[in-house]
Design a binder for this molecule. Sequence first.
Ligand SMILES: Cc1cc2nc3c(=O)[nH]c(=O)nc-3n(C[C@H](O)[C@H](O)[C@H](O)COP(=O)(O)OP(=O)(O)OC[C@H]3O[C@@H](n4cnc5c(N)ncnc54)[C@H](O)[C@@H]3O)c2cc1C
Length: 506
Amino acid sequence: MNAGRQEFQDCLIDGGRLLIAADFDQQDEFLELGSDRSRLRSPGHQAVIEAASTNEVAAIVRLALQNNQPLRIAGGRTGLVGGAIAGQDEIVVSLKRMDHILGYDSNLNALELEAGVITAHAETRARELGMRFPIDLAASGSSQVGGNIATHAGGNRVVYNGLLRHYIVGLTVVTGTGEILELNETVLKNNTGYPLLQLFIGSEGTLGVITKARIRLTPGPRDLKTALFALNHPQAAFDVLHLFENAGVPLQAFEFFDELACQLVCSHLSIKPPFVLHQGAAADQSQPAGAYVLVEWDGAEVHSDQMMSVFEQIEASFPGLPGRLADNSRDRADLWRYRESISESISMEFLAAKNDISIPLDMIPEFIANLGNWVAAIVQQTKSVDDTDLDMPDLQATVIGHLADGTLHINLLGPAVRSQPDQNRIIAFQQAAKSINEKVYNYIYRNGGSISAEHGIGILKREALMQFHDAATMQYMRAIKQVFDPGGILNPGVLFVEASADERAP
Ligand SMILES: Cc1cc2nc3c(=O)[nH]c(=O)nc-3n(C[C@H](O)[C@H](O)[C@H](O)COP(=O)(O)OP(=O)(O)OC[C@H]3O[C@@H](n4cnc5c(N)ncnc54)[C@H](O)[C@@H]3O)c2cc1C
């Protein structure tokens, strides 16, 4: 620590606490506090400070700036791009103790929350008020509202609600100089200069620590319906999407996953596939479904005849392909399990490389076909090399996503974890994944889209970011970073290629 432990301890005037490795019996527990779900690198933090108030965060940041001490901001640590992984000698600033729901602003229909509130707890409070929190994601049980704002998280409600940034009407932020900015709106319309509040949304902790937020709620569906359809080809997902859209059904969710993802979940959870497949159907045992879509809508917003007509058209367009409808919470949870357990099933069973991108909707079928070809080419190519360590016979790709808004989560799967792959195989897999990701990015540069639809840049995509934006855009981004964090002490290495200790000096 560049400043003494006692000096940091003295900042904790409201009940926050400072932890070091010696406070833990299990070192893994300490290391875990400086890591995230990406596991992109090993954490190297010296201490963890669990701040209890905005004033504490401000005092810590001021002391850190005076001592050129890099800080790593930790929310729920569910991030997938390494943004919350602490670098060497950093101090982790955790928001987990700032988990209070402070109130409800009835004028703006907004919850007032500390940044460390778990996303699912915000949803529970919203439901008590007869509303919904505007976002929901498979990580909601662990992610924090501050982390959601810092990453500008998407999730499965974007198709109905739109983006999270439209619901945020207030933020309290501690900048990299330790100043506290109160960026709070009391009214919806306010055109008074640069909208600084918006700048912090999606800034991935590089400009300031978000300590509080005011977020508007949405009305909940009155009669939520959920259906899962098996399809013979990813393209068919778009046909189903268009049938719903053409019938004027406002979608609450439209989630896509491929057959491989479904099989992985069934095998990991030891559960049956969603459908009893029968001989002669396009999705029979010997010819599994090519894809699935999970669709939600509010029965109160749609006439039952309208829905009947959509179902008839789906049946006519895809004869023999099964579907399941859920209209109670238990059946709904059963269907969502196939979608929401994909990430966990993959992480537990395989070496995996995750990517999250968005592509213009009409390019998605072509993109998915190309991805299959790129993977097949690598498998073929590695077979022809003499060194068997480089063979990638087990390389596979699975695609899932919030399809209606163009988001695709690509998972490249390597050797099974239980095969205990040695270092050579791990490196061979990483090289194969890198080569495919380059093809993915080139496709996006040529055809439009985004190299990060939801998860952000973190440390994973900072090189790709420099290719994605032109030099002038990157220069303005760096200039903005310099204004809010002149010492470069907040989340070094996120968004921008790592600054050295010398560059960080004020
Ligand atoms: C199973 C699973 C499913 C997921 N599904 C989705 C999905 O559908 N959509 C999606 O967008 N993401 C998804 N994610 C990714 C992740 O959950 C989101 O990025 C989430 O918003 C991260 O929140 P967190 O609190 O865990 O943040 P963390 O992982 O702790 O941090 C993420 C970044 O934000 C910074 N940060 C955290 N808190 C603050 C704060 N208070 N102030 C300033 N900076 C802060 C961190 O330093 C880091 O750079 C998923 C992850 C998993 C594991």
